[in-house]
Design a protein around this ligand. Sequence first.
Ligand SMILES: C[C@@]1(CC(=O)O)c2cc3[nH]c(cc4nc(cc5[nH]c(cc(n2)[C@H]1CCC(=O)O)[C@@](C)(CC(=O)O)[C@@H]5CCC(=O)O)C(CC(=O)O)=C4CCC(=O)O)c(CCC(=O)O)c3CC(=O)O
Ligand SMILES: NC(=O)C1=CN([C@@H]2O[C@H](COP(=O)(O)OP(=O)(O)OC[C@H]3O[C@@H](n4cnc5c(N)ncnc54)[C@H](O)[C@@H]3O)[C@@H](O)[C@H]2O)C=CC1
Length: 149
Amino acid sequence: MLNLKGKAVLIVGGGNIAARKIRTLQATGAVITVISPTLSAQIDLQQINWVARAYHPSDLNHANLIFACTDDPTINTAISQAVHAGQWVNNTGDKTQSDFYNMAVAKSGQVTVAISTGGRAPKLAKRIRQLLLLWLIAQPWQRERSERD
Ligand SMILES: C[C@@]1(CC(=O)O)c2cc3[nH]c(cc4nc(cc5[nH]c(cc(n2)[C@H]1CCC(=O)O)[C@@](C)(CC(=O)O)[C@@H]5CCC(=O)O)C(CC(=O)O)=C4CCC(=O)O)c(CCC(=O)O)c3CC(=O)O
Ligand SMILES: NC(=O)C1=CN([C@@H]2O[C@H](COP(=O)(O)OP(=O)(O)OC[C@H]3O[C@@H](n4cnc5c(N)ncnc54)[C@H](O)[C@@H]3O)[C@@H](O)[C@H]2O)C=CC1
């Protein structure tokens, strides 16, 4: 639960995983910059600043939060190692090189439930999220709330 409104978030790489991270970040009001020679069709150009080239270490300047999402483990590692004091990095290909990582989030009405497997089984976290969401939607407080609203 980070408040990322107005924070500078840098995403290196513009593929499938970047697209997923961007979907989650969009709702937070973060200012998102993507550095990548290519961009997945799943990424909405209106929601990000796209710099269409390969990563350069100076790209890290001024970023609050960094996601290394390229398909090149050498680049992802270089990014993890180059972050400055006070910056937090998520190497999406290697949790041992990450200051933080992401949880699966089930949100319904006022309730948010986040699931972590400590990086051991992300697919299981996704499955649990899907089941939890079905359960959450069926709870009486959701109906009471929509009757009140
Ligand atoms: C450490 C972490 C870092 C981070 O990304 O923050 C991480 C790391 C890795 N994930 C890998 C694989 C997959 N990850 C997913 C899905 C999700 N992964 C997410 C989080 C995290 N993934 C963090 C730990 C979370 C935890 O504690 O469990 C979720 C929950 C949230 C999100 O991404 O925002 C999101 C569910 C979204 C949802 O709820 O829908 C799927 C399924 C799919 O894509 O459908 C697969 C295919 C699995 C398969 O096929 O078995 C690999 C192997 C890469 C490779 O080598 O191929 C690594 C690398 C490694 O293990 O270090
Ligand atoms: N954390 C997670 O949930 C998961 C993480 N992964 C990791 O994510 C990595 C990326 O996976 P995908 O997005 O599916 O790959 P992808 O092939 O769809 O995208 C890779 C992107 O990186 C860009 N790129 C490559 N070299 C670059 C450079 N030097 N500078 C800037 N951008 C560069 C490419 O242009 C492309 O846009 C995988 O290699 C794997 O390590 C994979 C599955 C799940």
